[in-house]
Design a protein around this ligand. Structure first.
Ligand code: ARG
Length: 575
């Protein structure tokens, strides 16, 4: 359930009855302080001003029209015209009961859009590095949330699988195959790429062949296509191992690389030219955009076709936007990539819109993110200054988690320990990223992310196991609880309210693409539960109170587990 939504609808209705126009915004928010109630409506003053009415008087008119019978106990006009709403505990209790009985924790699955999510998007014949990590885990979490709410999601792994570099890569693969190269060498894509480049730079005959292969590949030559496909497959098999290790939902079926759009590019460029949007400039085809200025203050030129006929990254993104709208029939297309690509995305989409390739209703969204920094505040690098390979990063996470868990709980069996180490290691890396507002750079700090205190994965995972242990220690089957939930203590009430705000949190994540909102919610939920657990004895309480409190505890555990799952983070029963 979405309390904020229910109250918004009701208050909006009352505001309209009191004279406001149809698109009035009640601005209902969770209250920051208990004395302001559970929710407050902040839209009264603005609406009153528009109507030329005294805000407090208008607030009273709205209250006269407002029917929150059974939902709220008390409504109060505060300050210059806020409305404070105090929810009815029986209503809260009934809704908690309902959430507990529901597979989806009472969340309404009324989202019905088709959403394309372009994320991860590594490049062929290159190892995935930490730069792709953010896109992969932020994108995957948003995808999970969108699907949970009922949307149809199409994952589009926009792999960099096209471009002139494939000439040299094919030539080098051929050379290696002729020399019976071992699997091992191909296993290290980074080294493969470097070696291909070295040959290209130093061996004229090789370079000649490479250039020849580019042309052949582009004209659809079968041999070159096969060699190209091999490179794509090897890369994606290796990436798939990373995805599985990271508990990311991408599969090989989700690859929609740049090459997919290649056949559409000539028509797009011809059309941009015919529409007068693209003009010839020094042999290239360029779209000049008034909305972007170059350093001389003139409209910025965006190249859509090079002098030699080649297309660019921007041209591909114009085609991708069109394809996602018309072929995939999506309502929204989300791209998760680095903030440094923001201008590129905005330009590609501005051209897409100017050319009329998508309707206004089609939403194109760049969910950009900042850089991953080392503890020194500089871009995250290895000690020798190289880019950190994702595999190495994950290996280190597991080594550190293993040490930590061995100290914390030496009694786990080997099998239990392995599961905990994996969950904590991967969880820590993901959560430390997901819990920060993605638009800023973030500092990658092992000690912080593996701490059992604060807003971290281990803290959240531990909070979950603690609740589960209430049940296991007392040998209580949580699916067999009975009786009504009663909210007589303040802490019980606060916990119930927090539990019912889960949908509000994930609705924001789905709309804004900001998983940190869900992390914050879960962290607060764990905190509210702790205060409840301290103030309200469970197992020693009288039977009906005990049953009621156990149900609150069980829904908390379920919500933590579900929430972490939407972040792509595993929970364990014991740690
Ligand atoms: N392959 C690109 C990179 O490694 C990211 C692609 C992002 N998506 C897009 N539609 N441009 O930087």
């Amino acid at each position: 359930m979405n309390i904020q939504h229910i109250l918004s609808e009701k208050i909006k209705h009352a505001m309209i009855k009191a004279g406001a126009d149809d698109n009035v915004e009640p601005l209902v928010r969770q209250s920051g302080k208990v004395q302001f109630g559970d929710y407050q409506a902040n839209g009264i003053m603005g609406a009153a001003k528009k109507l030329g009415k005294n805000p407090r008087e208008f607030a009273q008119n709205v209250l006269d029209q407002l029917d929150l019978n059974g939902i709220a106990d008390k409504l109060e006009i505060a300050g210059p015209g806020f409305i404070n709403i105090f929810l009815n505990p029986t209503w809260l209790a009934n809704n908690v009961q309902h959430a507990l009985a529901d597979d989806k924790l009472g969340v309404h699955l009324n989202h019905t859009q088709t959403v394309v999510a372009d994320y991860s998007s590594p490049n062929v014949a290159k190892e995935m590095h930490v730069g792709h990590l953010r896109s992969t885990i932020i994108g995957d979490s948003v995808v999970r949330v969108l699907e949970f709410l009922g949307n149809k999601v199409i994952r589009a792994n926009h792999v960099g699988d096209w471009g002139t570099q494939f000439g040299m890569l094919i030539a080098y693969l051929e050379k290696m195959e002729n020399e019976h190269a071992s699997e091992m060498e191909l296993g290290d894509l980074e080294a493969f790429y470097r070696a291909a480049k070295a040959h290209y730079d130093n061996d004229e005959a090789f370079a000649e062949k490479a250039r020849h292969y580019v042309v052949k590949l582009q004209s659809g030559d079968e041999y070159c296509r096969t060699m190209w496909k091999k490179l794509v497959d090897i890369t994606m098999q290796q990436n798939q191992r990373n995805y599985e290790r990271l508990n990311v939902t991408l599969t090989e079926k989700d690859v929609m690389g740049e090459s997919l759009y290649n056949p559409m590019l000539p028509d797009i460029v011809a059309d941009l030219k015919a529409q007068g949007l693209a003009v010839e400039d020094d042999g290239a085809l360029v779209v000049f955009l008034d909305e972007f200025k170059n350093k001389d203050g003139e409209p910025m030129g965006v190249i859509v076709q090079k002098k030699d006929g080649g297309f660019l990254y921007t041209t591909t993104d114009i085609a991708a936007a069109k394809y996602r709208c018309h072929t995939l029939k999506a309502d929204r297309a989300l791209v998760f990539s680095d903030s440094r690509q923001s201008q590129h995305m905005q330009q590609a989409w501005l051209i897409t819109r100017k050319a009329g390739y998508v309707p206004d209703s089609f939403s194109l969204e760049h969910h950009n993110f900042g850089m991953m920094l080392g503890k020194d505040g500089k871009p995250f690098k290895t000690r020798t200054g190289g880019t950190v390979r994702l595999v190495d990063l994950l290996n280190e996470a597991e080594e550190r988690a293993a040490k930590l868990i061995a100290e914390k709980n030496p009694d786990l069996t080997a099998c239990e320990r392995q599961a905990v180490v994996e969950a904590v290691a991967i969880g820590a890396v993901k959560y430390s990223d997901l819990s920060k507002n993605r638009t800023t750079d973030y500092v990658f700090d092992w000690d912080n992310m593996l701490s059992f205190e604060g807003n971290t994965a281990p803290y959240m995972q531990y909070a979950y196991t603690r609740i589960r242990s209430i049940f296991s220690r007392a040998s209580i089957d949580p699916t067999q609880l009975s009786g009504e939930i009663h909210l007589s203590e303040d802490k019980e009430r606060s916990l119930a309210l927090k539990l019912l705000q889960f949908e509000e949190a994930i609705t924001v994540v789905a709309k804004e693409g900001t998983p940190h909102i869900l992390c914050q919610y879960l962290y607060e939920l764990a905190g509210v539960f702790s205060s409840f657990y301290e103030a309200c004895p469970i197992l020693n309480a009288e039977e009906s109170v005990k049953q009621s409190r156990l149900q609150l505890a069980y829904l908390t555990a379920k919500t933590l587990k579900q929430g972490l799952d939407l972040l792509g983070i595993k929970t364990v029963e014991k740690m």
